[in-house]
Design a protein around this ligand. Structure first.
Ligand SMILES: [Fe+2]
Ligand SMILES: [Fe+2]
Length: 348
């Protein structure tokens, strides 16, 4: 049953309105003041409030926002004195949906009640729909995000299969990509980069040398230095890698890092000869991690360097091959690694 609350300081009006509305089938309660009305609203709910504007104590205009706070769906019709246009505007902007001039014509009252209740139903329905749409959109967005993430993971693991195939053939490359990925991720963390950038670097690390699949094995494992022609051939691993990975548009950023992982801080690298901060930071990090891991791994033609010796070895290339900030981060990360390692050794 539709419940209506009548608020008026004049008893005769309260009773007359209640009698009429009850005869029209509504359930009606009455309040003699704003305070009393709010008390009633606190303990039970109504579809509609009819509220006098001029009352001793709290005025009707003051009651409206308070009532709204308690029930945002409450329809409100104000009862105003004749010729009080200013008040009428005021109550409407305070949140009432309509007003009636006193003395109230009962036929007008019925119409106003019908209108207010219809408007209330429509508003509630609209809010419910908005809510539903919001929920649906949130749900679909989350679903899309999940799909995107699983596509990304799938892309990466397919590419990793290639890496594994390649590293399986080459004893000296084995584990290189995984170690570069870990170190590059740690360097990014050390430099305070966002977690998403760290993750992009871990992906880039795992995939950075996929292009070596297109390089002649004899050259990859050649002891000693390469001829100019051979070096030109090795350089192609960047281009070949990008061509292999090109369809993986879900990992755009890691691809950028891979593209530039052989650029040098002083501009002497490849493929574009970018210098300084024109090289994406992720690529500068990847370059340092890659070079460090190459030095500390065994090659066909030389033994691995100890980590600290590798750090010393790389020092001469700070400002040439390496971004000084990235090198400093590398020193900190490797020093910590060594300390952690000797701590576990000591505790054994
Ligand atoms: Fe490379
Ligand atoms: Fe590498």
């Amino acid at each position: 049953m539709t419940r209506i609350l009548i608020v008026d300081d004049e008893e005769t009006i309260r009773l007359a309105l209640r009698k009429f509305l009850r005869s029209r089938g509504y359930e009606v309660e009455i309040a003699g003041s704003g305070d009393q009305a709010l008390e009633i609203l606190d303990s039970s709910s109504f579809s509609l409030m009819l509220c006098d504007v001029r009352m001793p104590g709290m005025t009707g205009v003051q009651v409206v926002p308070q009532a709204r706070l308690r029930d945002q769906d409450l329809a409100i019709i104000m009862l105003t004195a004749v010729n009080d246009a200013a008040t009428a505007t005021e109550v409407l902007s305070a949140g009432a949906s309509d007003y009636l001039m006193k003395p109230v014509e009962l036929a007008d009252l019925q119409q106003a009640v019908d209108r207010a209740l219809q408007k209330r139903t429509a508003l509630m329905e609209k809010r419910r729909l908005d809510e539903l749409i919001r929920e649906e959109v949130a749900l679909r967005t989350a679903e899309l995000e999940r799909e995107k993430e699983s596509l990304r993971l799938m892309s990466v693991s397919i590419a990793e299969t290639l890496i594994n195939a390649m590293e399986a053939k080459d004893l000296y490359l084995r584990g290189h990509s995984q170690r570069v990925a870990e170190l590059a991720g740690q360097l990014a963390e050390e430099l305070g980069l966002d977690e998403s950038v760290c993750e992009d670097l871990r992906v880039a690390g795992r995939l950075h040398d996929v292009g070596k699949i297109g390089i002649r094995e004899a050259i990859l494992n050649k002891p000693g230095s390469l001829t100019a022609e051979e070096f030109q051939h090795v350089k192609q691993h960047v281009r070949i890698g990008l061509e292999i990975l090109e369809p993986l548009f879900h990992i755009r950023q890691p691809l950028k890092y891979i593209e530039h992982h052989h650029e040098h801080w002083d501009g002497a690298g490849y493929p574009l000869g970018l210098a300084g901060e024109a090289i994406p930071l992720g690529a500068r990090i990847l370059c340092a991690a890659d070079t460090f891991d190459a030095l500390t791994s065994k090659r066909a033609y030389r033994d691995p360097l100890e980590p600290m010796a590798a750090i010393q070895h790389l020092k001469v290339d700070v400002g040439k091959q390496f971004d000084p900030c990235v090198y400093d981060a590398l020193v900190r990360v490797i020093t910590r690694r060594i300390a952690a390692k000797s701590a576990t050794r000591d505790s054994r």
